[in-house]
Design a protein around this ligand. Structure first.
Ligand code: FES
Ligand SMILES: [Fe+2]
Length: 317
């Protein structure tokens, strides 16, 4: 997929873990049609509660399993001739045939149900997961508020959204912060994990304090932002950025704060983040992708982000 008017082509679809649904939105027995990574998929939750993702089109005559497919126990049943597929994509039952043809299979995707989201592993060459990501202890903890959920769809390549995390300069010009925050980056987990710590002096309603924002990223699709250094208080924004296709991205945002902050900083933090996204949206939806941007000396983080991002693309992508 190329951009209009001969601009640089979009990067491909990166490899990594990407959220495709909220866990709360998929009860046992439910089936959802999905389009991610430029592909048609079906998501369902088995009766025992395990989410499964398969390629959408039945091996038989190609019906879409997400349009009228039904969960039967641990399987999904095709709406057309009632072939059954288990969560591994193997056909386990054809109600009008004794022998199941060996090629009666559809592709199954690796799925993880964690931190309130259902994640799928995407790899352009079909290789298994090469990194993992942790459980967020704050989500669902009794000392933290029940999560608040937001999602948006943006007409931009997902890498351009992820790049925002490594662009401290734009905080001053887009998000009207006093100054670009002082920041540093470190890497871990064989280089698939990145932490960026930014120091802010806030002048919010709740007082002028110096805080550290810690942004952790596991690949290009998954980020947490934590407010650090205020004793016994905490804020967490957990967000996933998933490629619908090369030019469209679905971003999910989960917020939770410690109960002692709920009436003060909590709403302000959420409002601040969401109005920040509105300001970013106008830029994202109207920008082009520059494969080789002209960078200046104040853009060192952008340069290192672009280098890091390359780890997540297959040659073929
Ligand atoms: S197309 Fe799915 S069972 Fe025939
Ligand atoms: Fe931004």
């Amino acid at each position: 997929m190329t951009q209009a008017n001969g601009h640089d082509p979009w990067p491909g679809i990166p490899n990594g873990w990407f959220a495709v649904a909220w866990s709360k939105d998929l009860v046992p027995g439910e089936v959802q049609r999905m389009h991610y990574f430029g592909q048609e998929l079906v998501l369902f939750r088995t009766r025992s509660g395990v989410p499964k993702v398969l390629d959408a089109y039945c091996a038989h005559l190609g019906a879409h399993l997400g349009e009228g497919g039904t969960v039967i126990g641990e399987c999904i049943r095709c709406p057309f001739h009632h072939w059954h597929y288990d969560g591994d994509g193997t056909c386990t039952n054809i109600p009008y045939a004794k022998k199941i043809p060996p090629r009666a299979k559809v592709r199954a995707w690796d799925v993880v149900d964690r931190n309130g989201m259902i994640f799928v592993w995407h790899h352009a060459e079909g290789k298994p997961p090469f990194f993992d990501f942790p459980v967020m202890p704050e989500i669902g903890h009794p000392d933290w508020t029940p999560p608040r959920y937001f999602d948006i769809e943006v007409a931009v390549h997902m890498q351009d959204m992820a790049e925002n995390n490594c662009d401290p300069v734009h905080f001053k010009y887009v998000h009207t912060m006093d100054d670009a925050p002082e920041s540093e980056i470190e890497y871990g987990n064989d280089g698939y994990f990145m932490r960026m710590i930014s120091r802010y002096a806030t002048n919010a309603r709740w007082g002028g304090v110096a805080v550290n924002l810690e942004r952790d990223s596991w690949g290009l699709g998954l980020t947490s932002v934590r407010l650090k250094d205020i004793p016994d208080c905490g804020l967490l924004l957990y967000s996933s950025t998933s490629p619908i296709d090369q030019g469209h991205t679905c971003s999910r945002w989960l917020f939770t704060v410690t109960n002692n902050l709920v009436d003060t900083m909590g709403e302000e933090f959420i409002d601040g983040m969401m109005s920040g996204v509105q300001a970013d949206m106008r830029i994202w939806e109207n920008k082009i992708y520059r494969a080789r941007p002209v960078l200046c000396e104040g853009d060192s983080f952008l340069g290192s982000f672009r280098q890091w991002a390359q780890k997540f693309y297959s040659e073929t992508a």
